[in-house]
Design a protein around this ligand. Structure first.
Ligand code: FMN
Length: 180
């Protein structure tokens, strides 16, 4: 994976893709599927909605670190599988044949099969709403990957794959950060 400037990391999450969140509790790696995500600003600040009902939550809140990995359409069954079993009793990296790559700033692993990975630290937890606020510290992208279409969950068990890209950059110039 190549380094993606951190200032571009929000463009990975702004389309609202399905995300895989990896954690490491000091002993084992784990991963869960998350679709409730939000970009908080043009810098690398994001929010996810999750809570103690997931095994990952303890590692997320204890280590205050994770990786947001962005899967593509070809990984749909892996994404659903990861989100329908738990690290309490399953080694999901083993079960789904996920390849780890070492992150630069956090212990949670990158997932090599994914299009992109964002290393992140937990900077706030809004317990009342189960919101975990993250700050990206590094981003990586696989520029050579052929399948690049992200997945979007409808919420009823169906998913939408990225379609056409419409370019309105000129019309939006006044609202875009420099360099985009
Ligand atoms: C498509 C999909 C989307 C999901 N989105 C979320 C989400 O946004 N927040 C959440 O807490 N759980 C979500 N889940 C459920 C977790 O991924 C699931 O509970 C998982 O088993 C947690 O793994 P863990 O116990 O190893 O942490 C989703 C599951 C699927 C299949």
């Amino acid at each position: 994976m190549e380094v993606l400037p951190l200032s571009r990391a929000f463009t990975l999450l702004e389309p609202g893709p399905v995300v895989l969140v990896t954690t490491n509790d000091g002993r084992t790696d784990n991963v869960m599927t998350i679709t409730w995500t939000m970009v908080l600003d043009f810098a690398a600040r994001f929010a996810i909605t999750t809570g103690p009902w997931n095994h990952s939550y303890a590692a997320l809140t204890d280590t205050r670190e994770c990786v947001l990995a962005i899967p593509t359409a070809d990984l749909i069954d892996t994404v659903v599988g990861i989100g329908t079993c738990t690290g309490r009793d399953t080694d999901k990296f083993e079960r789904f044949g996920l390849t780890r790559a070492r992150a630069r700033h956090v212990r949670a692993p990158l997932i090599s099969q994914c299009l992109a990975n964002i290393e992140a630290r937990v900077v706030d937890i809004v317990e009342r709403h189960n919101i975990v606020v993250l700050e990206g510290v590094a981003a990586h992208i696989d520029s050579a990957r052929r399948e690049r279409r992200m997945l979007h969950a409808v919420g009823d068990g169906t998913f939408i794959i990225d379609g056409r890209t419409l370019d309105r950059k000129d019309a939006m110039r006044s609202k875009l950060p420099g360099g985009l």
